[in-house]
Every structure is written in C-alpha cells, then in structure tokens.
Design a protein. Structure first.
Length: 450
C-alpha cells in the first residue's frame, strides 16, 4: 500500500492506492502509450530503457486522458496529474486491488511452448458460453499481466491470464498479481536457458504456478502424458488436479485423428452428457504439437461445463493470425509461418511436423534462437542435424549462431538481408516452406519473396 507523502517545496500530495482505485472505478480504461489514448482513460507514465513516460503525460491529457499518473513532480502542473512514488509499482498495486475485488475464476497459463495458442483456443471455446476476457496478444509480463487484470470489467464471467517468464521468481510474482484460481503449464522445454540457468531452472520457474495453486487450494489442469509435468506435480504435492491425455483414465481423453495439414481431434470426457453431437473438434491449426494445446482447451471447457457443440465450435472457429502455427498460401507456395518465437524444443517439433506433412517439395528456413547462453552452439548444431535429416529440397539457416556451427551442404546466411538477396536470385516455387525463428530475426521480411 502506498502512503501519503508531501513533495518538498511543491506541497503536492502523493496519492495512495486506495484513493487511486476509486478514481480507476470511474475511469476504468488504462493506457500506457500516448499513441493509443482513448477519451477519459488513465495514463500511466511508465519508464523504459529509452524513454520516460513522465515526459508524455501532458500529451496524454491533451489527447483526452482523464488523469496522468506520474512519479516526477516537475511534470505536475495541475490536478489532472496524479503523483505517486513509483508509477510501475503503483500500476501493479492497483491491479492487485482490482484482482482482490473480483470473484470470478481466473485461469493462469504458462509454459515453454504453446501458451499463447492455448490461451487463444481457450478464449475461443469459453466465449461460446461465458463472457470471457483473455490476455491480449502476448502481454504476459510484469506490465502486461496487470494491464490484463485492470481490463477485466464487471460483466466478465471468467478470465484467462497468460504469464511468461525468462528468469526465476517471475511466475511467482505474476501469480501474486493475477491470483489464479485455476492453472495450466502447457509444457517445459529448452527456452531462455541463459536466464533460467539451464533446463532444471526452467522447471523450477514454471513450477512456481503449481506452488501458488498448492498454497491457495487452486486447481491445476495437467497433461497426464507429460512426464515432466507429472514429476513437477508430485514434487509440489498437488492434490487438486484435473487430467487430460490420450489414455482412458483422464477427465478428458483425446485422440489425434489427422494433421495433414490441419488437426482434427476426437475427444470424450468423464460422465459424458447424453447428446447427439459428435465429439470431433476440427481445427485450423497445423502441427502435431498443437494436439496437446487443443486437448487442454477442451479439458478446461469440459471442467466449466460447456456442451460438446460449444466446445467443437470454439475450436473450429479459431483462426491463427499471429504467425504461430499459421498456414497460408501464396501464388506459388504453401507457407507454415511459425516465426513469432523459437527455442530448441519448438524447433524440433516444427521439423517433425514438416516431415509428417504430405508435400511434393519441401523447404526449411530457420532463424537463430535467442537467449540460450552457453548452450547456443550445441543447440543450434542439433537443429542443423535434425533439419539435415528431414526430407527437404533446400535447407536455409539464418543468423550468427547458425553460421558459427554450419555443417553439411545447406545454405547459411549471417543476416536476414543476406538471405533475402540470395532468395531473390534463387527463388522458391511450388513448395511447402517451414519458416521458423526467434522474433528478432525478422523472418517476415522474406515473405514477399514467397
């Protein structure tokens, strides 16, 4: 809780969280970017590495914000400026206050891969029955999570909050803000190894969600077929667990019927309701690895008592548009766009998926994976070896890390610009192309050549 304090020489009272929450209730739209100001919103002057939001507070008010929350007294020129000790801390504390006032189920989702896709699938499904709110895009960090919480209006019946992390204790902190009543870890894999301190560190960090659920008597949804998650569950001694999987002993059981190119899942649940609806979910997602994401969404929807037809409709109407498992066609090629992010685990399953797809001509384009620390050379070499063993007519690797460990007769380019020039001279036609890499590689710049 923030306390009252007077600024020397200016006689300006710093506002505490309780007071600010009353203002928020009258102006419940939050903005942190002056380019996105809406009338009567609250502008929070957050700081970044290269900017100070305080300097934009006046602009926010001129564009229609009701108040600007600042932490530098020199920008306070009238009562529309609300001075606090620290804008980011106040922002997070305000989100806590709002979360404390909510009585709806909050589903927390984290994991190495698939958390955004699972969140969006689940939103599509739950929205068939409930007034649902979910994290927008990938706003899943120390700023995105409180922004999500503060966007939950009084008419929302259930919320889904995605939580990302690249170091220890981050999920723990985000759980303290979101206070999930239910939770899902999609999987644990090799990502952000530098920040987590290796794969064991990944498990410890993601397991912080299980710790929170254990301490608060929450419910965890767990893939019974994922041995890492089962081990983590047992270490945390979770006792309120809802399982999904491919066997016959879970709350929701599923089977992947087809995946060439889109996934169709047959599923059933315990105490299945008597109806005439076929339990068959047809998706617009490519990639066998998305089977687990689809089944997780189905399981949670079953838990919240959605009908089969609602669940199937929710899965089928979700269309990926965020370059995650997104299949598209150009005049000459079929593209598997999966370049929003990349790590060794997701690279491997993406290559497996390409191998499983029926196509006369296949091409692999992979960009560097970031934040792997000392493991980078080994992990990039392993991906090259995997790609070289995958049936493809061309294998194109882009980035310094791939270039350092180049092996075989594949194509290697240090930058996306170099790859662009090479593809202009030697274009790809009539092929199915996997395009995957870390977001910073900007592989989307190659799309005009496809």
């Amino acid at each position: 809780m923030l306390s009252f304090a007077f600024c020397k020489n200016l006689n300006i009272v710093k506002m505490n969280t309780d007071q600010l929450y009353q203002i928020y209730l009258k102006h419940p739209v939050i903005c942190t970017d002056t380019r996105k100001i809406t009338p009567d919103c609250l502008f929070f002057a957050l700081k970044g590495e290269n900017f100070d939001g305080n300097s934009y507070a006046q602009t926010a008010l001129e564009k229609g914000a009701a108040y600007a929350i600042i932490d530098n007294a020199k920008y306070h020129t009238d009562d529309r400026f609300i001075l606090v000790d620290d804008v980011l801390n106040t922002f997070q504390e305000l989100a806590k206050s709002h979360r404390d006032a909510l009585t709806i189920p909050i589903i927390g989702i984290t994991g190495t891969n698939g958390k955004t896709t699972t969140k969006e699938l689940l939103y599509s499904v739950l929205s068939q029955h409930y007034k649902t709110y979910a994290t927008q895009g990938n706003l899943n960090n120390h700023i995105g999570v409180p922004l999500t919480i503060l966007s939950i209006t009084s008419d929302i019946e259930i919320a889904i909050i995605e939580m990302g992390a690249n170091h220890q204790k981050e999920i723990e902190f985000l759980c303290s803000l979101a206070q999930p009543t239910h939770g899902l870890i999609t999987n644990v894999g090799k990502a952000h190894l530098e920040g987590f301190g290796g794969f064991d560190g990944v498990k410890i960090a993601k397991g912080e969600l299980y710790s929170f659920l254990k301490d608060t008597n929450g419910i965890a949804f767990i893939n019974r077929n994922n041995h890492e998650l089962i081990e983590m569950m047992r270490l945390k001694n979770l006792d309120r667990v809802v399982y999904y999987g491919t066997g016959t002993d879970s709350f929701t059981n599923g089977e992947l019927l087809s995946s060439d190119p889109f996934l169709t899942v047959k599923w059933e649940r315990e105490a299945m309701e008597m109806d005439d609806v076929e339990h068959l979910a047809k998706s617009n997602l490519t990639g066998n690895y998305n089977f687990e994401n689809i089944l997780a969404a189905i399981c949670i929807a079953c838990f919240f008592n959605l009908r089969s037809d609602e669940i199937n409709a929710g899965i089928s109407c979700y269309n990926p548009i965020n370059n995650r498992s997104q299949l598209s066609k150009t005049a000459t090629n079929t593209l598997i766009c999966d370049y929003y992010n990349a790590n060794p685990s997701s690279m491997m399953v993406a290559l497996d998926n390409l191998a499983a797809i029926t196509a006369a001509h296949k091409v692999i384009i992979l960009g560097d994976m970031f934040e792997l620390g000392d493991e980078a050379p080994k992990e990039h070499q392993a991906i090259i070896q995997k790609a070289n063993s995958t049936d493809a007519e061309r294998r194109i690797f882009i980035g310094d890390e791939f270039y350092k460990v180049r092996i075989g007769n594949s194509e290697f380019y240090k930058t996306t610009d170099e790859a662009f020039e090479a593809l202009k001279k030697n274009p790809i036609v009539n092929a199915t192309i996997l395009i995957k890499g870390s977001r910073g590689m900007k592989l989307e710049e190659l799309i005009p050549l496809m």
